[in-house]
Design a protein around this ligand. Structure first.
Ligand code: SAM
Length: 229
């Protein structure tokens, strides 16, 4: 059995084995594995291994993320929920006193999200919509959020994310933006592209906290954490 160590972030743990360690979250839906991740029981509490090669937020923690605005009780707007890999760990971290609104444009993908995640977790509110039009889902978002997390792999992902922040993010809240370099520019170096997107975020009234290159977990991706001033 591994030993359990707290990470520096609330509700994020390390499971430490003699020869390696894994990041993990406490499973809000015991017995349910979302994407084939391993479930590990320690002292009657079940944890889910959080794979950095499958989830960019896990990759960022492995790469030394310092600012983690997603905490127990947080309200999160998640753009690009997909089939639920990362949003399920967000759901674990925020626990039942938090809420995560998951926007996903593809109805086919969202069906899997419902099956794998929403069915088992009452703190996940699915929204099958295009994040380009934040006004279309205003009736679902019953309160302003502490964090907008965005992973939509679009050329204008930064602009889309900023418009969602204008609509739904509390002042003082945080944006976590995944930049997929090749969706934006076919040739420029990843870091240059991510810096360029960070500048846009700064110009929109945010303070940049961190920029992380997600290599080797994700090639040609960056993650930006910024605070809404
Ligand atoms: N964040 C997910 C995770 O870590 O589990 C992976 C997200 S995947 C890279 C990108 C997702 O964004 C896809 O499921 C895609 O359908 C969705 N997407 C792309 N454009 C979108 C838009 N305009 N509005 C909402 N979702 C969008």
């Amino acid at each position: 059995m591994p030993s359990l160590e707290k990470s520096e972030f609330e509700n994020v743990f390390w499971l430490v084995y003699p020869d390696r360690k894994f990041l993990a979250t406490k499973n809000l839906a015991p017995g349910v594995s979302v994407y084939g991740e391993r479930l590990v029981k320690i002292d009657d509490v079940e944890y889910r291994i959080w794979d950095p090669y499958r989830s960019k937020l896990s990759g960022a923690i492995w790469k030394g993320l310092r600012t983690m605005p997603i905490r127990p009780g947080s309200a999160v707007l998640y753009l690009g929920a997909s089939t639920g890999t990362t949003i399920s760990h967000v759901s674990d971290i925020i626990e039942m006193q938090g809420v995560v609104f998951g926007v996903e444009v593809s109805a086919r993908v969202a069906r899997e999200l419902l099956d794998r995640v929403v069915k088992h977790r009452k703190n996940v509110i699915p929204i099958v919509e295009d994040a380009r039009y934040p006004n279309r889902y205003s009736s679902f978002i019953f309160k302003k959020v502490d964090v907008v997390y965005s992973d939509i792999a679009q050329p204008d992902a930064t602009e889309i994310t900023l418009s969602n922040c204008t609509s739904y993010l509390n002042r003082g809240g945080y944006m976590i933006l995944i930049v997929k370099a090749r969706s934006i520019d076919p040739v420029a170096p990843t870091n240059a592209i991510v810096e360029r997107e960070a500048k846009k975020v700064e110009n929109a009234g945010f303070e940049i906290n961190e920029i992380i290159n997600l290599k080797p977990y994700d090639k040609e991706h960056g993650l930006i954490v910024a605070q809404y001033k």
